[in-house]
Design a binder for this molecule. Structure first.
Ligand code: NDP
Length: 278
């Protein structure tokens, strides 16, 4: 049976460390959390992030705009937050409702306060391996692997998913750590053939049970980034058939309790960094 990569436990440890650092600072770090519209899942994520801030001694300021507030109002808020010395990090919860250009909104955030590392400047920095703000989810995966002594150097890492916020930056971080990287996506015809070659398999798609036990090499490390709510039982699942794959893999992340809490811990770390660099 695989060793469970416990993101909850590591995130808790990291938040304790962040709190200790915050207590030593003369300025309290501040994170602005902006949400637009009524998407239920987004409101849950925002609540979690604000709770994390409280645990770390970081001041969080919430801004909730109606779905029809309009892009101009959202941009005006971001410009105001960019200039606010008490705000060190700005997070705009995605996805935005229809009618907003996510790229335009993200680009309005000052790169110095872009704690999600979504602006083009920060994305470029990740690409060249010289970044201040680590992309939260992929870097959370790296920290979890590091904590369990899993070194990607020389390993074949297969990333399933090529989104700008998870798949692509994940592949880059793995490359920086000297893994041989393959990226799969919806047009990959022979997915199982490629995933079976992975020493480290990272699934970031959003489809329950996409990764079955026969797609995993015995002894592989399996990281499940996905968060899918099953409409039948209302529970959260990843992309990986956890019960079957844990019998094949050497290490595996649970959903929930794996990558999710790590993502949020890195967000806190980035906010602390932003405040230190202000
Ligand atoms: P996107 O929908 O942006 O990307 C999904 C990717 O999966 C795309 O690249 C798509 O390919 C690929 N894909 C779709 N179907 C298949 C298939 N059958 N076989 C192989 N690849 C496929 O999602 P995100 O990257 O934003 O998120 C991925 C998952 O991770 C979601 O479940 C999301 O909820 C979760 N997530 C979790 C976080 C956490 O903190 N744990 C943070 C962020 C996301 P193509 O490009 O060709 O369309």
């Amino acid at each position: 049976m695989a060793i469970i990569l416990d993101g909850n436990a590591l995130a808790k440890q990291m938040k304790k460390q962040i709190k200790a650092e915050v207590e030593q600072m003369s300025t309290q770090p501040g994170l602005a959390v902006v949400i637009v519209g009524e998407d239920a899942a987004s409101h849950v994520y925002v609540n979690y992030k604000q709770r994390d801030c409280a645990e770390c001694g970081i001041r969080s300021e919430g801004f909730a705009l109606a779905a029809d507030a309009g892009e101009d109002e959202l941009l005006a808020l971001i410009y105001r937050l960019n200039k606010d010395d008490n705000i060190h990090g700005i997070l705009v919860q995605l996805p935005l409702p229809k009618g907003y250009s996510e790229q335009k909104v993200i680009e309005a955030i000052s790169p110095k306060k872009d704690v999600d590392a979504f602006t083009l400047q920060n994305v470029g920095r990740v690409m060249v391996g010289d970044y201040t703000f680590a992309p939260c989810t992929p870097y959370g995966v790296m920290k979890l692997l590091e904590h369990y002594g899993i070194d990607p150097a020389g390993k074949h890492c297969v990333v399933v998913g090529r989104s700008n916020i998870v798949g692509k930056p994940q592949a880059m971080l793995m490359l920086h750590k000297h893994a041989t990287v393959s990226i799969c996506h919806s047009r990959t015809p022979n997915l199982a053939e490629i995933t079976r070659q992975a020493d480290i398999l990272i699934a970031a798609v959003g489809k329950i049970n996409l990764i079955t036990a026969d797609m995993v090499k015995p002894g592989a490390v399996v990281v499940d980034v996905a968060i899918n709510r099953n409409t039948d039982d209302g529970k959260l699942y990843g992309d990986v058939d956890f019960e079957a794959v844990k019998e094949v893999a050497s290490h595996i992340t649970p959903v929930p309790g794996g990558v999710g809490p790590m993502t949020r811990a890195i967000l806190m770390q980035n906010t602390l960094k932003a405040a230190k660099n202000a």
